[in-house]
Design a protein around this ligand. Structure first.
Ligand code: C5P
Length: 234
């Protein structure tokens, strides 16, 4: 599995998204479509971007009863996305149902990764709000192992957790890491960040990069810099 940079297309609608992607001409970056864009434009935005030749990570973070998640995943597999995700806190039966729904008749399926604990949840919130009193690190690793044992391909995690996830779940288990910034860039609202080169060193398989590319004066140049730093110029 090759390492890749996924651009978070956090735009409010189709016009802004297609204008942004139009800047890339012959390059076809892997893009992430999140809830905002998907809820605004519906499945057509996925079909349109797919038809332009991009790979798509559809970041909808499903979490419901197993049967509902299975049916929803069946729809996503027909949409031909390349990667999608669920919350690991939906538990192993839900994750196994997700895999079942996602698997097409010919046995192929998009990559499925799990969100462990959201990086917006800290130890204190976890203890007070959801009464989980174990160390957050331990919770993240247990969720990652549940995902692996349920047949998922990897997890979304902080770049700071990627190394440990690989040591617990094995090197083949994918780590998809947001929170990436250039060494000379603005960190914005992200708290714990890494450069693309650091993310590469600690073993991230995919980095998800939004504003350092989407808000750059020259997004294509920023994307290429990211790719070069992350893949070490390979
Ligand atoms: O603009 P920026 O590079 O911060 O965008 C990061 C992307 O990754 C956003 O789409 C954000 O929602 C997503 N993300 C994140 N942290 C997580 C999970 C997802 O920043 N823990």
């Amino acid at each position: 599995m090759g390492k890749d940079v996924i651009i978070a297309c956090d735009f409010p609608g189709k016009a802004e998204t297609l204008e942004f992607l139009g800047k890339f001409e012959n390059r076809k970056p892997f893009v992430k479509i999140g809830m905002e864009l998907f809820y605004a434009e519906g499945p057509d935005i996925v079909r349109e971007i797919k038809a332009r030749g991009h790979k798509i990570f559809l970041d909808l973070k499903l979490h419901d009863i197993p049967n509902t998640v299975k049916s929803a995943m069946k729809v996503l597999s027909r949409l031909d996305v390349d990667m999608c995700n669920v919350h690991a806190s939906g538990t192993s039966p839900m994750m196994r149902a997700a895999i079942e729904g996602l698997t097409r008749e010919d046995g192929s399926r998009p990559l499925l990764i799990a969100v462990t604990q959201l990086t917006s949840t800290d130890q204190q919130t976890m203890e007070r709000d959801i009464l989980i009193e174990r160390p957050i690190d331990e919770v993240v690793m247990k969720y990652a192992l549940n995902a692996k044992d349920s047949g998922l391909d990897g997890v979304v995690c902080s770049p700071l957790e990627a190394e440990k996830v690989h040591s617990v779940c094995g090197p083949e288990f994918l780590t998809v890491t947001p929170g990436v910034r250039f060494a000379d860039g603005d960190i914005g609202d992200q708290k714990r960040v890494m450069t693309p080169a650091e993310a590469n060193r600690i073993g991230s398989d995919y980095i998800v990069v939004g504003r350092p590319v989407t808000k750059a004066d020259d997004p294509v140049k920023a994307y290429e810099r990211c790719l070069t730093e992350f893949t070490g110029g390979i």
